[in-house]
Write a protein that binds this ligand. Structure first.
Ligand SMILES: [Zn+2]
Length: 197
């Protein structure tokens, strides 16, 4: 895990895959962190973006890798849409990015399965390997969950949290904040809190 630096999302690396790339503002920090894991940017052959927001996708341009994102969030990247990517919120422009793989529910990325979890954005995904959940901005530790007012939908987010609460999650690796053990307990707490809204 490369902990979010500045306004970067957390970044996760498994095998030759990087999940989210931060804003790109702190690419030297990302490079250094990869080096500590004996990795180089050129070792990464696939970027998976959990969703289309700028703090998760801004660093994509620094990699010579294939790019994967859910089919419903792909147009925001392909069109370089400053609103849907929230680049504008970060005071930034965004160039269109070529999407190589448009993901859908059930796709496999090595040991991880794509779970479509709309709500924060319409094409948000989590990655699950039966034990670990990389959860993007859908669900955070300690009862947190993503905003649904920047391209999202609260009803979809509620359904997604309900869906995630049915999984057996040991390690929760979210897009922001700490990663935690006993992931299912954290997800269940988020699920209870959102239902109280
Ligand atoms: Zn987001």
């Amino acid at each position: 895990m490369i902990e979010g630096f500045g306004s970067d999302s957390n970044i996760y690396v498994f095998d030759d895959v990087i999940v989210d790339t931060g804003t790109g503002n702190n690419i030297e920090h990302v490079r250094e962190s990869l080096k500590e894991a004996s990795l180089d940017i050129s070792d990464i052959s696939l970027i998976v973006n959990t969703h289309c927001h700028f703090d998760h996708i801004g660093g994509n341009i620094h990699f010579n890798s294939k790019l994967a994102i859910h089919e419903k969030d792909a147009p925001a990247l392909e069109n370089g849409d400053p609103i849907a990517t929230v680049a504008q919120m970060f005071g930034r422009n965004i160039e269109p990015q070529k999407v190589d793989f448009k993901l859908t529910e059930g796709d496999k990325i090595h040991d991880f399965e794509v779970i479509h979890t709309p709500g924060h954005t319409i094409g948000g995904i989590c990655l699950y390997d039966g034990e670990t959940l990389i959860s993007g901005d859908t669900v955070f530790a300690n009862g947190g969950f993503g905003r649904y007012d920047i391209g999202g939908n609260i009803n979809m987010l509620m359904e997604s949290l309900e869906k995630l609460s049915k999984l057996d999650v040991e390690y929760l690796l979210p897009g922001h904040g700490p990663s935690v053990d006993n992931g299912s307990e954290h997800i269940n707490l988020s699920n209870r809190i959102i239902k109280g809204f």
